[in-house]
Design a protein around this ligand. Structure first.
Ligand code: G
Ligand code: G
Ligand code: NA
Ligand code: MN
Length: 254
């Protein structure tokens, strides 16, 4: 389609940008990470969000090219912030297609090799739980491979994949991200609260780290903290921030 070639062109023309949403550790009272979220500065249509273009390249080889652009850009960003005195790990979202691509390991090593200054703990990958479940053994193997390089994985939108309980043991992701759909209504909805509580107990039993997504109010923060979930991401901390504004935001909240 026309949009496909427009996207291909937009990668070459550097029309994509990454915004960064902070992750907070309420216990340590610090910013413990930032998730890179892509946007398209379209020359005619203005700023476009992922839901307007990622579905077009779902499962298409272009999504691998875009992921590679994101990886390279996030590493450069980390390096630039590092030079400004910040040391904030960046996570990037990896598409299903990249993950299942045979040369993904080579791409990672190639990318890291081009930036010898980067500490591998500065970068981590987020993978949708539903994607990981498509090929648990392959993705589990990839996670182990990356862990040896020092790169960690997070299982994103956790709780939406239904098979969480049985498959978690085959997926050695360090971090579990509780899907925002459960977090949003947990204070009013007993079922959602039970799911959040269940995920927290599960991650604890499996020795994984956990963060709640889509946290919008202080009340949510207090409740999550009391339940043993001090890590939060969501509008209550900040909306996704432009890369050039990020260092100043960190300075203001620190
Ligand atoms: O803020 P937001 O609208 O950016 O993100 C919507 C969804 O798009 C998120 O659920 C996220 O999984 C996905 N997404 C955001 N940025 C990227 C990216 O750089 N690569 C991939 N593959 N997915 C992304
Ligand atoms: O699926 P993933 O978790 O990668 O995507 C995060 C998405 O959720 C992005 O679209 C981001 O802009 C959005 N988001 C982040 N924090 C909040 C929040 O507190 N509330 C809502 N409604 N959306 C959020
Ligand atoms: Na994601
Ligand atoms: Mn995410």
């Amino acid at each position: 389609t026309a949009l496909l070639s427009e996207i291909r062109n937009a990668i070459l023309e550097n029309q994509f940008v990454l915004y960064y949403q902070p992750k907070a550790d309420l216990e340590a009272a610090e910013v413990c990470g930032a998730e890179a979220l892509i946007r398209w500065e379209h020359p005619v249509r203005g700023l476009l969000y992922p839901d307007e273009f990622l579905p077009v390249i779902h499962d298409h080889p272009l999504s691998v090219d875009l992921d590679e652009w994101v990886m390279r850009t996030a590493i450069e960003q980390w390096d630039s912030w590092h030079q400004q005195g910040l040391n904030i790990p960046i996570s990037i979202n990896i598409s299903a297609r990249s993950l299942l691509e045979k040369d993904f390991k080579d791409r990672i090593q190639h990318c890291l090799g081009r930036f010898p200054a980067i500490n591998s703990s500065a970068l981590s990958f987020e993978v949708l739980e539903t994607t990981a479940l498509e090929d648990v053994h392959h993705v589990g193997d990839l996670m182990r491979f990356c862990h040896k390089l020092g790169l960690e994985f997070a299982l994103d939108d956790f709780g939406t994949g239904y098979s969480s309980l049985t498959y978690l043991r085959h997926l050695p992701a360090r971090m579990i991200k509780i899907d925002q759909s459960f977090v949003r209504d947990m204070l009013e909805d007993r079922d959602d609260m039970a799911i959040v509580d269940g995920i927290l107990k599960l991650t604890q039993a499996f020795g994984r780290d956990v963060i709640a997504e889509g946290v919008e109010t202080l009340e949510h923060c207090q409740r999550l903290y009391a339940m043993g979930c001090p890590k939060v991401q969501g509008y209550v901390i900040a909306r996704p921030i432009k890369s050039e504004d990020f260092p100043n935001w960190v300075k203001v909240v620190s």
